[in-house]
Write a protein that binds this ligand. Structure first.
Ligand code: GP9
Ligand code: MN
Length: 423
């Protein structure tokens, strides 16, 4: 009931992280361009196969100007996969432990990024080369307050350009350009890529690196579609630079979730050259995060962080006060950022302890912890569980509908329609 939201607000308020004055408002008024990189895991960064870099473009971003790279950023998705990562990035609420909140909670009330920014003069849009009904996107995006959703019906789907889940990334980005240019600025635009998706198939003519040699087809091909995704992204960046958008936009790139599941442990041991214990497997849930903000100094940041942290981080960069919103993550550029990163099953990572498959590890050594540390580690676990439980309470109870932050207008779903005919 409506009292429950008060308890939640008290909890999230007491866990807020003060913005870092060095970054607060650093991107005020700028466009926002999100790129969700399908299945891209962080072990690919700087990985060499047959003596070649697999993702030379992403690698080069580590030394790009005005770029932050986070090498301890984790995906926190569960069965909702891509949709869970979107859900967290838009709301700083956790996805559900089972199923997908996108599918089952599409009609809930949300205070999502497009709505918050929409009320500050931003135009919001999602670009995705798959059918709009996939993951119930065309419904939940209305609840999030997205002005536009350019799904596959807005793109030319030439037969040779199709991947398992829609348009291949290169034609997808190319064809997105006129759509992007049709938006008034400032905009909040999100691109969801698809080529680098299980089972990682690619035509021979498109492949520019030979597969890996582990003998596990999924793992071996993973490197070829990763290379393609990297090239597609490089092309998109060329456009952003030549059009001038690069200098007026915050750009956030992140991997949505793992591509190689735990069913491929043996092959992964060959890939990373060490035993894949439960601890290593938790570590493999790192996905890359890059944030470009014109004018800031480049840095590689080792802070432990997760997808739940993206929204407060972005809002603070834009100079938006987040105190009145119900967020379960914290600004990862803040001195007070919370570096306890829960996974959806109650496991967690943090700089000190990792809980993986029910066992506590020392995050530095990867060894099981000593008996005398157990009590402290259990507190971490309880803390992680509390975050997940509170978030589930909000999502399952549709509690946001009982709370209207001052100066915010609740989203009216009937204002939104994405079909091509109505544009
Ligand atoms: C489908 C694409 C893939 O439109 O986003 O979703 P996933 O299978 O990765 O959750
Ligand atoms: Mn995905």
């Amino acid at each position: 009931n409506s009292d429950d939201i008060v308890e939640v607000i008290n909890y999230t308020k007491s866990n807020q992280a003060k913005p870092n004055p060095e970054y607060f408002g650093a991107g005020e008024g700028m466009n926002v361009i999100y790129v969700q990189l399908e299945s891209l895991q962080n072990f690919l960064i700087d990985y060499k196969l047959h003596g070649e870099e697999v993702t030379p473009f992403l690698n080069s971003l580590q030394s790009e100007e005005n770029m932050l790279y986070f090498d301890n950023f984790f995906h926190q998705t569960a069965q909702g996969k891509t949709s869970d990562s979107e859900f967290m990035a838009a709301n700083s609420l956790y996805g559900l432990p089972q199923g997908s909140a996108f599918t089952t909670k599409g009609l809930n009330t949300y205070h999502a990024a497009p709505a918050i920014l929409g009320q500050q003069g931003y135009t919001s849009a999602v670009f995705h080369g798959n059918d709009g009904s996939f993951w119930n996107r065309n419904e939940i995006y209305k609840s999030f307050g997205y002005d536009h959703f350019f799904d596959s019906s807005y793109y030319h789907l030439n037969e040779g350009d199709l991947a398992e889940y829609g348009l291949m990334d290169k034609p997808f980005f190319n064809q997105s350009i006129p759509l992007l240019e049709s938006l008034p600025q400032p905009f909040y635009a999100k691109f969801i890529t698809v080529t680098h998706h299980y089972p990682f198939k690619i035509n021979e003519g498109e492949a520019t690196i030979a597969p890996h040699t582990t003998g596990d087809k999924t793992v071996d091909n993973y490197f070829q579609t990763a290379r393609y995704a990297d090239e597609a992204l490089a092309q998109f960046f060329d456009y952003l630079k030549s059009s001038g958008l690069y200098d007026t936009s915050i750009i956030i790139l992140f991997g949505d979730h793992y591509g190689i599941s735990n069913n491929h442990t043996q092959a992964m041991e060959q890939v990373i050259g060490k035993e894949v214990t439960a601890f290593e497997s938790a570590g493999l849930q790192r996905t890359p995060l890059f944030i470009h903000v014109p004018g800031i100094e480049s840095q590689t940041i080792h802070e432990y962080s997760g997808q739940i942290d993206l929204l407060p981080t972005l809002l603070h960069l834009l100079g938006v006060d987040t105190r009145k919103y119900v967020h379960f993550g914290t600004d990862l550029l803040s001195e007070e950022h919370d570096d306890l990163i829960p996974f959806r099953n109650g496991d967690f990572v943090s700089p000190k302890f990792t809980l993986a498959e029910g066992k506590f590890y020392d995050s530095n050594t990867g060894e099981l912890i000593e008996e005398e540390q157990l009590e402290e580690a259990q507190k971490y676990r309880d803390n992680a569980k509390q975050k997940l439980d509170f978030s589930d309470k909000v999502v399952n109870g549709d509690l946001i509908r009982f709370y209207t932050p001052e100066g915010f207008r609740q989203v009216d779903r009937s204002n939104y329609s994405y079909s091509l005919e109505n544009q």
